[in-house]
Every structure is written in structure tokens, then in C-alpha cells.
Design a protein around this ligand. Sequence first.
Ligand code: NAP
Length: 226
Amino acid sequence: MKPLSIVIAGRSGRMGREIESIATEHDLSVVGGVDRSSGSLANWLQAHPKPDAVIDFSLPEATREISSTCAGHGIPLVSGVTGLREIDRQDLERAAKKIPVLYSANMSIGVQMLARALDSLKGAEGFDVTIEETHHRLKKDRPSGTALLLNEELKERTGRAADEIVSLRGGGIVGTHRVFAFSDSESLTFEHNALNRTVFAHGACRAARWVVERGPGFYRLRDILS
Ligand SMILES: NC(=O)c1ccc[n+]([C@@H]2O[C@H](COP(=O)([O-])OP(=O)(O)OC[C@H]3O[C@@H](n4cnc5c(N)ncnc54)[C@H](OP(=O)(O)O)[C@@H]3O)[C@@H](O)[C@H]2O)c1
């Protein structure tokens, strides 16, 4: 594999550190990073050569600057930031007209598998559907991006949304998502547990290698798998 140079937005955060620690396993070389305190991506690019891709695991307030800078410099972008407002999402979609952008609120393969399993609820009559998400006490957004992603998948796959999304916060839980389907006489539970953050980091690195081969467009993690 040809080594690729990447810049991490949110490099010193929990996910940024995780990505940096495993990047070489994907033949990715972390050539730089930005944080709230370090200055903008645009400033970084003034002083350094253009990287092959940017992986963004910062926070929603940085999305506009990062997506517009990547679009302006022609740098493919992978974003896993959650808690995006509609306006942030539109920024990503605008950038995707000029560069390839892969966005996923959950970079694990297992959550994509869980989403696929929701096909089995198609046509199920008389079930109430609840999505429950549990995360560590420091998580800022609620409901989690993954819970919203699962709700979107549920709508696409079955034509119905969840009746309720429940959020729990506490301890060091990396991420647990359950989709319950309850009827009067039986219940089903679909469950995914992220056992560590490495699973998301591997997904993001894999996405970076994939996205640099693409033309402009807005991609999801499931595009890699299909
Ligand atoms: N898609 C997935 O699979 C997945 C998985 C896990 C987490 N996430 C999401 O990824 C994001 C980061 O999570 P985390 O747990 O790593 O958070 P974190 O530990 O709080 O790290 C956030 C990082 O973003 C930086 N940052 C904040 N505002 C910034 C700005 N305006 N410009 C540039 N950098 C900025 C912070 O810099 P300072 O330290 O200088 O403030 C820090 O390095 C969250 O949205 C989280 O929900 C997604």
C-alpha cells in the first residue's frame, strides 16, 4: 500500500489519540493535527505541505472551518464528529461538491451490521420500537449520533421511526446501543457494544484510505462495505 499523509483535527482528543496510535497499521502517516488551542486548519496548511486526507474527530463548532478549508484546498475529508446541527451537515454536503467527504456518526463495522439487522423489523405489526444509547459521562451530545443514525436506518429500511430514543450517561462506557421491539406478547433486542475506541479508529483509517480514491461526493461508511 502507498503510505498516505493525514492530518487529524482533534488530534489531542480521545479519538484523535486513538487514531494516531494505530494509523501506521493502515499505512497512514500522521503529519500534523489541530486542536482548539493550536489554531485553525487553514493556518496549519499555510506552513505545511498539503496532506492526502484530513480525519476530523473534533467537535461540531469546528466543522465549518474544517470542511470549507478541505474543499478550498482539494483535500479528501473523513468526519466522525457527532452532534452536528443541520447547518453543519449542510457545510459537509457543500464541501462534498468539490471533494470526497465520508461522514459516519459511527465508524464501527458492528453498528453497520446492527443497522442491516433492522431489516427484519420491516412489516412487523404491533411492535413499539425504542432505541437506547449509553455513553461515558463526558459525552457532550445527546442523543448520540449513532442513535440518530440507527433511527435513520430504521426509517429507510422499515418505513417507520423509533417511538422513543433514550439516553443514559455514566462512568467510562465507550458506547452501547440497543434497539428494542416490544409487542404485547414478545420482545426483541438488537445490541451493539463498543468495547474500546480502537474499533472507531480502525474504521476511520480504513475510510481515509477508501475516500482518497473517490471523486467529489458525500459518502457513508456503508458505501465502503457494499
Ligand atoms: N464516528 C464515530 O465512530 C465516533 C466515535 C467516538 C466519538 N465520536 C465523536 O468524535 C468527536 C470527538 O470525540 P472525543 O471523545 O475524541 O472528544 P474529545 O476528547 O473532547 O476531543 C475533542 C477534540 O477536538 C478538539 N477541538 C474542539 N474544538 C475545536 C475547534 N474549534 N477546532 C479544532 N479542534 C477542536 C479538542 O481540542 P482541545 O483539547 O484543544 O479542546 C480535542 O482535541 C465527538 O463528536 C464524538 O461524539 C465519533
